[in-house]
Every structure is written in structure tokens, then in C-alpha cells.
Ligand binder design. Structure first.
Ligand SMILES: [Zn+2]
Length: 247
């Protein structure tokens, strides 16, 4: 029986070089966690181990030889020779022809065979390349280029992306409590606007008073927001418009 050669390194990826942007989006230990997930929890049966990858390359490079005489080895060899090819020492799933949805057929590109230990890098590279566009879009792009990665695998990774989670949190609607006023001067809302970055002389703040019933507004500049300054303005406003029921 023949011995397997050492596995060739995948083309097109610079392994071992830390990518600072990727480190921001994905925790440093997530690649290991994902590998553990693929080995123990994932239902994905099509992703290759490094050993299976070596076996397939060997079968294709030695089409007339066998690694084993058992049924599993025979089936694997047939599968490898029919659906896979080797280029520059790397394994690819051959281009496949599929229905295009309009009665015709379309042939896709050949796809690089992803492995348990490098799938994380492929998913995160593409996810960042398409600017964190979401699970489905990331999966579409991943499955165009790589064989063996499922949509659930992509979801596992994207759901743990720090940048996507921050964006999702920012999109959550702010809880708004409406102010209900039954008549004029029933309520008077007071708010302070911060202009410390663009002050006008001694003034850094604008105090706004608003009657939510008729939307009547009063504005005054303030040098600071101390109780003394705010109280002086409100006292003057009460002298102009009278005393509201609630402030
Ligand atoms: Zn993301």
C-alpha cells in the first residue's frame, strides 16, 4: 500500500500573518472555537479534514493505484476522480453544471476545497471583503469560491462578528415616550443643547423651553449649565409667559 505525501499549502492565502482588521471583527480565539465546532457539533459532512484532502490529491495524481482495498476507500477514490481535480498541488471541486432557472443550464466556476482548519479564514476574508453584508450574502460569495462550507457554518462565524453585532445594536429603535399635553401651558419641557465644540464667545450651551401643546419655543444662550444660570433663564421665562402647570 502507498504512503500519502505531505499536504500542499492552499494557494491565494497568506497564512501566519495577523490581519489587524480581522482581529477587530473576530476574537483571536474564534478560529480555534470554529474548528472545534466543525469537528464536534456541525452537521456539515462535506467539509474535508487535511487527511482526506491529502487522500483525494493522491488518488487524482495516481489514478491507477489504490490506498486501500475496502469499500470506503474504493468509493472515495471513485468520488475523487469523478468530481475533483488538482492544480499546483491544491484540490478543487470541478466546475458543476446546474439549471439556471430559465430552462437552460449554467456552469459555475471550479471551487477550492476548504478544510476544517482553514474555512474560518476564507469566511472571514470574504465577510470583510463584502463589508460585513450579512449571512446570506457572505454565504453566496463563499460558496462561489469554496467547496465544503455550509450556510450554517457561515452563520456561526458571522453571528460572532463584533462589527456586525455593533451595527445591529445601533439599528435597534430607540424607545420613545410621547408627551401628552391637554392644554396650553399644561407642561413645559426644558432641554439643553451642547455647543461646547463650537462656542459663540462665552456661550457654550443653548437652553430650549417648549410647550408640547402648541409647540411654542423659547431659546436662550448659556455660558454653562450650572443650576444658577439655568434658574436665571427660567425665572425670566416665567416672567414672560407665566407659570406652567408642570416643568
Ligand atoms: Zn461582520
Amino acid at each position: 500500500m502507498d504512503e500519502l505525501p505531505v499536504l500542499s499549502s492552499p494557494a491565494g492565502r497568506n497564512y501566519g500573518q495577523p490581519d489587524p482588521l480581522q482581529e477587530v471583527a473576530f476574537k483571536s480565539d474564534l478560529a480555534m472555537e470554529f474548528e472545534r465546532y466543525l469537528r464536534t457539533q456541525s452537521t456539515n459532512c462535506s467539509i474535508f479534514t487535511a487527511h482526506k484532502n491529502q487522500q483525494f490529491i493522491w488518488y487524482i495524481e495516481h489514478p491507477n493505484r489504490m490506498l486501500g482495498r475496502d469499500q470506503i476507500s474504493i468509493n472515495q477514490r471513485t468520488f475523487a476522480l469523478r468530481y475533483f481535480e488538482v492544480d499546483d498541488g491544491c484540490l478543487y471541486r470541478k466546475a458543476e453544471t446546474k439549471p439556471d432557472g430559465n430552462g437552460g443550464f449554467i456552469t459555475g466556476p471550479r471551487r477550492y476545497v476548504a478544510l476544517i482548519h482553514n474555512a474560518f479564514g476564507f469566511i472571514t476574508d470574504i465577510h470583510r471583503l463584502i463589508l460585513h453584508f450579512g449571512i446570506q450574502k457572505t454565504y453566496e460569495q463563499v460558496s462561489e469560491r469554496y467547496y465544503g462550507i455550509t450556510c450554517n457554518d457561515v452563520a456561526w462565524v458571522v453571528n460572532r462578528c463584533t462589527i456586525c453585532n455593533l451595527k445591529a445594536a445601533a439599528k435597534e429603535p430607540v424607545l420613545v415616550t410621547p408627551i401628552v399635553a391637554s392644554r396650553c401651558m399644561n407642561r413645559f419641557q426644558i432641554d439643553l443643547m451642547d455647543f461646547r465644540t463650537t462656542p459663540d464667545g462665552e456661550y457654550n450651551w443653548i437652553i430650549q423651553g417648549k410647550d408640547p401643546f402648541d409647540r411654542f419655543v423659547l431659546l436662550d444662550p448659556l455660558p454653562d449649565k450650572t443650576a444658577l444660570c439655568v434658574a436665571a433663564v427660567i425665572e425670566r421665562w416665567i416672567g414672560i409667559i407665566g407659570r406652567p402647570r408642570r416643568m
